[in-house]
Design a protein. Structure first.
Length: 207
């Protein structure tokens, strides 16, 4: 390996470390958010006031959007790390780094069509089931809160609140689908990385 190659190797590995650190940081943020939101829902259900009941579905939609933002940052780090690993492997002349291949196999494929963490068109992994589980729990908690609102309020007020929550939810789902649905952003990023580092070889998608 020439001195120039050593300098490239050093720069690439430092950047790879940054991407992995970013990925792990947003994973921690994600699980912290789940704990805090779960505690908030339990408190709101115990409080059972009109304000707390309204905040359950509204807050859980915001939690879902925030979780998706954290996933967006994790995907950014994953895709960049894959390109860096492929470039380092070519520099070393050996398939030494395979973390991105394993992630594609055991979490979800790169540039996958999905809605946040729900993967469409491929065999589900525990990651998708985990997302589905929390989505069902959040929908059940929201449904219970709305049902309680109908018991506490008049029909016209409860209907107005329910419609407002429905519009809020639908708008946010639509925005998430615009970004995650076709993985257009991830694909554009992958194209930029190919131009910078070369082919993203070594990826695995056995499904």
């Amino acid at each position: 390996m020439t001195e120039a190659d050593r300098m490239k190797y050093d720069a690439l590995t430092r950047q790879l470390e940054r991407m992995r650190a970013m990925q792990y940081a947003y994973n921690r943020k994600f699980f912290t958010l789940l704990v805090l939101s779960s505690a908030g829902v339990i408190w709101a259900l115990r409080d059972n006031s009109v304000i707390s009941l309204v905040l359950i579905p509204v807050g859980l939609v915001t939690t879902g959007v925030t979780s998706s933002f954290f996933l967006y940052n994790c995907d950014f780090a994953r895709i960049h790390a894959r390109a860096l690993e492929a470039r380092i492997n070519r520099l070393l002349g050996s398939r030494m780094l395979v973390a991105s291949e394993l992630e594609a196999e055991y979490f979800y494929p790169h540039e996958a069509r999905k809605l946040s963490g729900l993967i469409w068109g491929t065999k589900w992994t525990p990651f998708s089931w985990f997302t589905f589980h929390f989505s069902m729990v959040w929908m059940a908690a929201s449904g219970w809160a709305i049902w309680q609102l109908w018991a506490l309020l008049g029909v016209s007020t409860a209907l107005g609140i329910t419609l407002g929550i429905g519009v809020w939810t639908g708008f946010n789902v639509l925005m998430l689908d615009q970004w995650f649905g076709a993985a257009a952003g991830e694909k554009r990023m992958a194209e930029q990385l190919v131009a910078a580092y070369g082919p993203l070889d070594g990826d695995v998608d056995s499904r």
